[in-house]
Unconditional design. Structure first.
Lengths: 117, 109
């Protein structure tokens, strides 16, 4: 149980294009999903918290117009990197909190490797 | 702001030796603390989650302790194997999950 998937697992795009990454909770409902970014040899940094049916909350320094987050249902959140540039190349990981859980535990997806040429 | 520190940054041991990984955090008002494993280029695998009211959790060869008052957690891995080679991340949950930089472990056969 508590499986989170991400699609795609990797993507290469040209500078200036937009890329959409999907995060799905497969066997539970998630009212809250989280998006993290990890640069090489560094730890995970929280980008934003996504609540179903409402606007995402972005961490300081994260551009909300560049990283568009949509949490349209209890099992799906999407992150769209708009007008991507090489400095956006990173490993993006999502996590989801079980709606019925009381432990505040987050379950993590396998990550998406984005390379912007 | 919660700060999470992991020491050492890297560790290399011969197979069979016990591993001790340390994590410290600055704000003790936490819901829980979680240890993860990350293989190169991969996502996170949750190893152990310790609730704030607990002192330790065990799973197989893994044991994690939590001392909230001193802001410390230790992950013990008994009888290490080459397959244990990975980066181990500690994360503290207050109003959000804050990660340490990780300890990269190499177990030599």
């Amino acid at each position: 149980g508590a499986v989170v998937s991400q699609h795609p697992s990797w993507v290469i795009c040209k500078s200036g294009t937009s890329v959409k990454i999907e995060c799905r909770s497969l066997d539970f409902q998630a009212t809250t999903m989280f998006w993290y970014r990890q640069f090489p040899k560094q730890s995970l940094m929280l980008m934003a918290t996504s609540n179903e049916g409402s606007k995402a909350t972005y961490e300081q320094g994260v551009e909300k117009d560049k990283f568009l987050i949509n949490h349209a249902s209890l099992t799906l959140s999407t992150l769209t990197v708009t007008s991507a540039h090489p400095e956006d190349s990173s490993f993006y990981i999502c996590s989801a909190r079980d709606r019925s859980g009381r432990s505040y535990e987050q379950f993590f997806g396998p990550g998406t490797r984005l390379t912007v040429l | 702001k919660q700060e999470v520190t992991q020491i050492p940054a890297a560790l290399s041991v011969p197979e069979g030796e016990n591993l001790v990984l340390n994590c410290s955090f600055t704000d003790s008002a936490i819901y829980n603390l979680q240890w993860f494993r990350q293989d190169p280029g991969k996502g996170l695998t949750s190893l152990l989650l310790i609730q704030s009211s607990q002192r330790e959790q065990t799973s197989g060869r893994l044991n994690a302790s939590l001392d909230k008052s001193s802001g410390r957690s230790t992950l013990y891995i008994a009888a290490s194997q080459p397959g244990d080679s990975a980066t181990y991340l500690c994360a503290v949950h207050d109003y959000k999950l804050s990660f340490g930089a990780g300890t990269t472990v190499t177990v030599r056969a």
